[in-house]
Ligand binder design. Structure first.
Ligand SMILES: Nc1ncnc2c1ncn2[C@@H]1O[C@H](COP(=O)(O)OP(=O)(O)OP(=O)(O)O)[C@@H](O)[C@H]1O
Length: 320
């Protein structure tokens, strides 16, 4: 494993704190986001994900902590940070009254691109995001997925090295969500760092190189999806039988199993490693018991999420 130096980090925070009206939202958040990776910030409603994005993208100030984005100290050089980043929030920057192309050209103007270069960049990005055909239509006529893609394309006009995506697929149907995942993967393959917030565990699992789970204003756990899944128990091997005698013989012989008498299935706690599987198979062979089906179950991110966040919804909690 290589160690990541702060030079290779796109985003780094230490002890990031923020309170609203005396109520602490972030109570000391440490983040280290490697360059050129997808980093997902996961957390229940109201955990403070959007607040983190707003602070890192200079839209809101922090109350304390050290923050570096794109190699710049955010407190000392906010302008340099702004030059390195692009932000796509939950509320789109797309103007529905003008066409997709006009939205893009507006962004090119904002970034002071020369006219011709702006046109070229806009056309290339519209093509890349599958919007070339719809480019001359008012953005108000676009589907939710198209608007989201246009939003990201607009963010890219300035050539940011770090992109913040706040809940990029909320409200999209499964097909549009998959398209968006493709877009995000492509961004990263081009060397961009993507910092995204999501409530969809599947999305974090699918996309992110590293995941941080935000809970109670702190990072409850951080790592790759695989590392997080290993943090919590719940992995098991399931043996299913069709012959009741074989089932009973196996249940008696195997000690630490949970039984499902109705389904004629046994669950053996296991980390799913090759060594453990082999010993289970060896044991079955040696006793002459034959299972009809053997399946390996590892905890999924849902299990991790519930274990780490206590399954609470912070928004509802404050309402109660
Ligand atoms: N401008 C503000 N003024 C006061 N309180 C705020 C403000 N912005 C956010 N909060 C509060 O801070 C907490 C965290 O909000 P935030 O939007 O960062 O959470 P989140 O994790 O993004 O939630 P969600 O998943 O619902 O979008 C919430 O309790 C919210 O009510």
């Amino acid at each position: 494993m290589t160690t990541t130096t702060s030079r290779e980090l796109a985003i780094e925070t230490r002890g990031l704190r923020k309170a609203y009206g005396g109520k602490a939202v972030l109570g000391g958040v440490d983040l280290a986001v490697p360059q050129g990776s997808v980093y997902a910030l996961l957390g229940p409603n109201g955990a403070g994900k959007t607040t983190v994005v707003k602070i890192l993208s200079t839209l809101t100030s922090a109350d304390g902590g050290e923050i570096r984005v794109g190699g710049h100290d955010l407190a000392a050089e906010p302008q340099a940070v702004r030059g390195a980043i692009g932000v796509t929030g939950q509320f789109s920057a797309v103007d529905g009254l003008i066409t997709g192309e006009e939205n893009m050209l507006l962004m090119a103007d904002l970034h002071h691109l020369p006219k011709q270069e702006g046109r070229r960049a806009a056309a290339a990005l519209l093509e890349r995001f599958g919007l070339a055909e719809a480019a001359k239509k008012p953005a108000a006529t676009y589907s939710g997925g198209m608007k989201r893609r246009l939003d990201i394309a607009m963010t890219l006009v300035g050539g940011p090295r770090i992109i913040f995506l706040d809940e990029p697929t909320t409200g999209l149907d499964p097909r549009s969500r998959h398209t968006m995942w493709g877009v995000i993967r492509e961004l990263v393959s081009g060397g961009v760092t993507v910092f995204l917030t999501t409530q969809y565990l599947e999305e974090a699992d699918e996309l992110a190189d590293r995941i941080a789970v935000l809970n109670d204003g702190r990072i409850a756990a951080e790592g790759s999806a695989e590392e997080l899944k290993r943090l919590i128990p719940g992995g098991h091997v399931r043996l299913r039988f069709s012959d009741p005698d074989a089932y009973r013989a196996a249940a008696t012989a195997l000690r630490e199993v949970s039984r499902d008498d109705e389904a004629l299935a046994l669950q053996i706690p296991s980390d799913g490693t090759q060594r453990e599987l082999r010993s289970i198979l060896d044991w079955l062979d040696s006793t002459g018991v034959e299972a009809d089906e053997l399946t390996v179950h590892t905890p999924d991110l849902d299990d991790v999420f519930f274990a780490l966040t206590g399954g609470t919804d912070k928004t509802e909690e404050t309402v109660r």
